[in-house]
Write a protein that binds this ligand. Sequence first.
Ligand SMILES: *[C@@H]1O[C@H](CO)[C@@H](O)[C@H](O)[C@H]1NC(C)=O
Ligand SMILES: *[C@@H]1O[C@H](CO)[C@@H](O)[C@H](O)[C@H]1NC(C)=O
Ligand SMILES: *[C@@H]1O[C@H](CO)[C@@H](O)[C@H](O)[C@H]1NC(C)=O
Ligand SMILES: *[C@@H]1O[C@H](CO)[C@@H](O)[C@H](O)[C@H]1NC(C)=O
Ligand SMILES: *[C@@H]1O[C@H](CO)[C@@H](O)[C@H](O)[C@H]1NC(C)=O
Length: 549
Amino acid sequence: MFRNLGLRTLLLLLVFLRGVATALINPILPGWNPDPTILRVGSDYFIATSTFEYFPGHPIYHSKDLVNWKLIGHALNRPSQLSMLGTPSDAGVWAPGLRFHRGWYYLTSTTRYVYTAELRLFPRSFYVKTQNIFSNNWSDPVYFDALGYDADLFWDTNGDVYNTWSGINNAVDKIYGIWQNKIELETGNSLTAAQLIFKGTLPNNSSARPEGPHIYFINGTYYLLIAEGGTGNEHRATIQRGPSPSGPWENNPANPVLFNGADLSLPVQATGHADMVQGTDGRWWGTALAVRPQGGNFDHQQLGRETFLYPILWKDGWPVFNNGDPLSTHLPGVLADISPLSAYTNQFNSHTLDQTFYFVRTPYKTFHSLTAQPGFLRLLANAYAPGDRDSAALLLRKQTSYSEEFETQLFFRPQSNLTEAGAGIYYGDTMHNEIGIVGDTEGSGARWVVVRTVGAAGMKTQSFSLKTPDEPVRLKIVAKPTSYALGYAEGAAAEFNFPVTIDSSALTIPPPGGFFFKGAAFSVYSTGNGKPSLALADFAYWRQTPTTS
Ligand SMILES: *[C@@H]1O[C@H](CO)[C@@H](O)[C@H](O)[C@H]1NC(C)=O
Ligand SMILES: *[C@@H]1O[C@H](CO)[C@@H](O)[C@H](O)[C@H]1NC(C)=O
Ligand SMILES: *[C@@H]1O[C@H](CO)[C@@H](O)[C@H](O)[C@H]1NC(C)=O
Ligand SMILES: *[C@@H]1O[C@H](CO)[C@@H](O)[C@H](O)[C@H]1NC(C)=O
Ligand SMILES: *[C@@H]1O[C@H](CO)[C@@H](O)[C@H](O)[C@H]1NC(C)=O
């Protein structure tokens, strides 16, 4: 009787037959999508998130129903907007703010080009704007004057424009606070001196970290929503209200309005960096970032900070986030959602790469082609390799499920022991793992499979000989909640060998001085390991399949 029904209809029918109440499934943007900001214009909802040293920067997601989200482009997709050359891992673009005013969409952002203890090199923020958010064509940056990050634009009813951001008192005490001034919108220039408008609700020390401010004017009252406690387990959202965009602020007695850190056994943690939006039907919704440590182990949160959604109700002039309950992965009775996860296959038959792929840093020039060998993704190697603080021929797509398989097929005839191409599971310069094909002494034609793991434990390399000089090799990475297995199969019919399995904490625990701000992505790459390479690397498909385990 179900023969003529589509899979989705069938699932809906099963949900209906079982009498299961509908539930919103979080995260709504699975895979790393930190610092979400949400906006509604008419019947369209938009979310933007952070991308750090990945290029292009700041994905824009679109939805009509808050459940089904589609990537429609990136705010920073030209070198004139974002030129990351040698930018350290986890610097790059931070925490966007998405707003709409008189026909223009504005996206505020911060680009951190360097990491140094020198306060004056603390980043400077800016906005880009567009009248058509679907055009994927935003303006060049208009810079503000202030030092700091998490910039927020607010238009007061009298036309004054406020920039509000997270700033720091000095490079020694590192006491953060919420700073603000009025600006001239066109130029970003300051019209008033910067003012410290809020110190946060936590004790005055360097871990309080008030940040991520958003100002709202709702029913005649101004609200200041911020994140506090740093982006780890102490992360939270708090809200204040007052008679002006600058306060003075009255503390919400129910603060924090979002905080899962009081119970570290909850499966969702580090909740915060919230934003709010009113829906088309008048109901309010909030977004926040959160992590999902696997099996209660905080070292196993390799998907990083993802975007969550929850309802907001108002009581006595204060917003109540998610009924005052901790944030979770299923919100029964809220909206309707079957599962946001689906398999992704790209046979590389299109002439352009779809927008879910990323580079690391701004490529100097194009190193991929979908037309040189029709039906294949061809990578043209340069001298850089994955992990170099530069722009290797490396393409990434986010891991979206804690259990997921990634497979590709590589046609590659290396020309020496320097020419190498393959696949991997990547975090950043200091945490990445590859399984690739590499050559032998120049001219020998012999090939090896090389498995390289790089992380806090250092670099480890293992090699396994291949039988032929030219058979295609399938490469596969099997992601489980606490591990990754890296495998290969030579020839079309061979079984996979998985010679190396790593603990997923290899992607979350950086070496000293490093950060964990992003999350895991699958990769393909080609490199000349310090020299140009003429060896062509052709990938036949990209397949990402969420699994259940
Ligand atoms: C992008 O926008 C700018 C400024 O509005 C315009 O000059 C340019 O032609 C647009 N580019 C594309 C590809 O639409
Ligand atoms: C917070 O701490 C800093 C540095 O210790 C100090 O300069 C400042 O006066 C303190 N502020 C408050 C309100 O205690
Ligand atoms: C800041 O104060 C909190 C609460 O007293 C404390 O837990 C934390 O360790 C302090 N951080 C620093 C850097 O002193
Ligand atoms: C705004 O005020 C109206 C009328 O008092 C009330 O119905 C509504 O709930 C208020 N909205 C918010 C967000 O407080
Ligand atoms: C690569 O091959 C060259 C000779 O072509 C040899 O001198 C060099 O030691 C080899 N390097 C490695 C890492 O095997």
